[in-house]
Every structure is written in C-alpha cells, then in structure tokens.
Design a protein around this ligand. Structure first.
Ligand code: HEM
Length: 427
C-alpha cells in the first residue's frame, strides 16, 4: 500500500480519531481532494477509504473478495451474530436464498396494509400545536411496523418504548465503540450497551418461542420463512431476528425524518408534497394502493436518501490480496465505502435538495441501499413505508422546526434534535 496517500493530521496513538469523532461527515468530504483511495488510522486500526463512485461500485459488487468485515461489521456481529447483514460471503448465499422470497415486491402488497394502518394510527395521534420529536416518533413507528410485519407480534406501548430505548442504547454504544480507539473502549459505557443488547435478544426470543409453541402459521414475513426452513437452529433464528430488527427500524425512521427536515427548508417542494398527498389520499387513510400516485413524494424520499443516506458508511475486509485502482492491497485490509460521500460528489449541484433531479435520473445512480449480492433485502419495504408515511403526514399536517437539527453520524445517520410543531397544512 506504499503508494497510497495518508490523510494528513494523524496524531500519535489516536490517529484520525479526533476529527472523525468531532465531525465525521466533514472529515469524509475532505478526503477526495487527497486521492481516490486514501489511508486513515483510528488508534491501531488502519483502513483504506474509497473516495470514487466507480471504485465504490467495484468494491460493493465483489462481495467475495471485499467480504463483510472491518470495524463496523465486527461490531455488528456482536449484536446480530451471523445474521444476513453481518455473515461472511461463505455463509451468505444460503441465507439470502432462504429469505429472499419473503421480500419479493409482489409480497409487499400483502403486508403493505399493516404498514399503512400503523402509519395512519401514528399521524392520527398528533394534535394541532403539538411538538413532535420526529426521529423518536418515527423510530417508534418503524419498530412497531417491523415487529408486526416481520414477527406478527403486537407490542404494548410500554413494550415498544422499552424496545426502542434498548435499540437506541445499543446503537449509541456500538457507534461509540466503532469510533473509539480500542485502548479507550473500556471507558465508553459498555455495560449498558451489553445489557440492552441481551434484553432485546431475550424479548425477541420470547416472541419466537410463542410462535413456535403455536405453530409457524401467520408468524410474520420473516419468522414464517425462518420457522419453515428445515434444519435451522435456534441460534440462527435468533441472529436473523436481531438482524432484521436492527436493519429495518432506525434506517427507515431516519429516511423519513431527513425528508421532513429537507421539506421544511424548501417552501416550493413542501407545497407540492402537501398538494400531491392531499390529492392522492383524497381524505382517506393512506393505503398501499396510493403508492403509484405519489410520484413527487417518491422523489423526495430518493433525494433525502441521497443527501442523508442512513447507512452512510460500510466496511469490508479483504479476503485475499487484490488490486484496486492499480494499487495492491493485502488480504485483511479494511476498506471503507461511503454512500454519503459518493452521493455528495457524483451529482450536479450535489448539496442542493432537488427532488426533480429524479424525474429523469435513474435511482440506480445512488447507493443508499448498497449494491450487488449484499444489497438491502428490505429496499422496497423501506421505500414503500417511507413514501406512505410522508404522504400520510403531508395530507394532514404541516411540520415546522422549533429547534435546529444537526446530523449525528453514528452507525446510522440521523437528524439529532429534529423537533417540529404540527399544524394544519394551509398549502
Ligand atoms: C431507508 C431504509 C434502509 C436503508 C437506507 C438500508 C440500507 C442498507 C444498506 C446500504 C445495506 C447494505 C450494507 C452493506 O453493503 O454493507 C443494507 C442491507 C440490508 N438491509 Fe437494509 N436498509 C433500509 C431498510 C431495511 C429494511 C426495512 C429491512 C428489512 C425489512 C432491511 C434489511 C436489510 C438486510 C437484512 C440487509 C443485509 C442484506 C444482505 O447482506 O444480504 N433494510 N441495507
């Protein structure tokens, strides 16, 4: 790796940990000026960051050589073991084949109505003048939807709160651990993180056990597929249930929160969104069948996912020596790819919120769901849920920020402090 430039400013012991912890997005945005492939260091961990869109595609498509690994997925394995997101290439195809049919687009309409009902219930709870903690409410909504559709379980309000609190504790602890140099990790609240992770495993395990006792019939999209797989072990089921619980909830919640944040800052787009939502829903609760008419709202979701992709960073570990952009990289190298970085460099006026750019640009030019064999299995699920949620809100509420939100880049990218006051839309 001798020819690769190193990002300047590394400190002894800490490496680039300080700028990474202070403002990871600004740190990333500065990297393409240094090279297409650049070396960074956090404590003793060394990684190569890919700063070019085409090279990022090459890495993400080749999941055999650029295997799941590196600091993010090592942390992910602590949470979700060998589930679909974190398992290495050698164990991936079997799992994906087992689960893919449950997530086919034509199956979506079946649980689309459950998604719609939960969205309608959430926006019907809001009162004029109420200040909505948008990321928190969207997380509760996503968690409820994930548990109902994937596991066919209804949690009480209290159980949902406990589950989202634990989820947040785990994600915060894991984000901190990822960015903290290993010698300092003992001081970062590991105990709370571990206890929350085990409580979640236990809670989700109880849902599985209940379905097992009653037979797999009607156990939810995910659990149905798992319980009907011959020879599957309890440990495998538990890993997959944790995997999907984490993969489905905060990501989709953040996509909607970012879209609301962006709409609040663009009056023209906001009016079009309200007008489209009101016209398509026509006074009815949102339904899966409305999706076809929600063209502009769909572009808003795509644009929010471009500007603020919830999965803003992924890591890989090289399974063998390989060459990338003419550089030899040895087996074991950690390679970092960032949908956020690629989305902020490969588009005309990349920092501008412009939903209309998707009128004649294929959404495949962006990578919010990754690429290749490891691409998100829930992409259509997430897009449907995000678009329906926005439409249900747009038809009924105007949301105005009452505080200044800031991007918080942990394991997922979210708008911290996005508090918004709900009033009736006047368009
Ligand atoms: C807006 C919401 C979402 C975003 C931005 C998102 C993003 C991603 C990305 C970027 C990956 C690939 C990671 C990598 O290559 O390292 C991924 C994988 C995955 N996602 Fe999503 N996701 C979202 C929603 C969902 C939902 C709703 C589900 C489940 C219902 C889900 C389940 C998964 C799973 C299981 C994987 C691993 C796939 C595999 O390796 O075969 N995601 N997601």
């Amino acid at each position: 790796m001798a020819g690769l430039p190193t990002v300047p400013g590394a400190l002894p012991v800490l490496g680039h940990a300080v700028p990474l912890l202070r403002d990871p997005l600004a740190f990333l945005r500065g990297l393409p000026r240094i090279g297409d492939l650049v070396r960074v260091r956090v404590g003793p961990l060394r990684a190569v960051v890919v700063c070019d869109a085409e090279l990022t595609r090459q890495v993400m498509r080749n999941d055999r050589v650029f295997d799941k690994g590196g600091v993010l997925y090592e942390q992910g394995r602590e949470i979700a073991g060998d589930g679909l997101t974190t398992c290495p290439h050698a164990r991936h195809r079997r799992q994906r084949r087992m689960l893919q049919p449950a997530f086919r687009t034509d199956r979506l309409a079946g649980y689309g109505e459950v998604i719609a009902a939960e969205i309608h219930a959430e926006v019907s709870r809001w009162r004029p003048g109420e200040v909505i903690d948008v990321p928190a409410r969207m997380l509760t909504l996503s968690t409820t939807i994930a548990v109902r559709t994937l596991l066919s379980a209804d949690l009480s309000a209290e159980e949902t709160r406990a589950a989202t609190d634990d989820l947040t504790t785990v994600l915060t602890g894991a984000s901190r651990a990822v960015l903290t140099p290993p010698p300092l990790r003992g001081f970062t609240g590991n105990g709370r993180y571990r206890r929350a992770r085990e409580r979640l495993r236990h809670r989700l395990g109880a849902i599985v056990a209940e379905h097992r006792a009653n037979g797999a019939e009607g156990a939810g999209v995910l659990l149905d597929a798992l319980l009907n797989t011959p020879g599957i072990t309890d440990a495998e089921i538990s890993d997959q249930v944790m995997t999907f619980f984490f993969a489905a909830s905060e990501t989709t919640a953040n996509a909607v929160a970012w879209a609301l944040f962006l709409l609040a800052g663009d009056d023209r787009a906001r009016r079009r969104w309200h007008a489209e939502s009101a016209a398509v829903l026509a006074g009815q609760p949102v339904g899966h069948s409305h999706l076809d008419g929600l063209r502009f709202t769909g572009w808003v979701v795509a644009e929010a996912l471009r500007l603020y992709p919830p999965v803003w960073l992924v890591t890989r570990s090289l399974a063998e020596d390989t060459e990338l952009a003419g550089h030899r990289l040895p087996a074991g190298t950690t390679v970092v790819c960032s949908p956020y970085l690629i989305h902020r460099t490969g588009f005309a006026r990349p920092d501008r919120f412009d939903p209309d750019r998707w009128r004649d640009t294929s959404t495949h030019t962006a990578l919010p769901f990754g690429l290749g064999a490891r691409k998100c299995i829930g992409d259509q699920f997430a897009l449907a849920q995000a678009t329906m949620t926005l439409a249900a809100i747009g038809a009924r509420w105007r949301l105005e920020p009452v505080a200044r939100a800031r991007p918080a880049a942990g394991l997922s990218l979210r708008p911290r402090g996005l508090l918004m006051r709900a009033t009736e839309p006047t368009v």
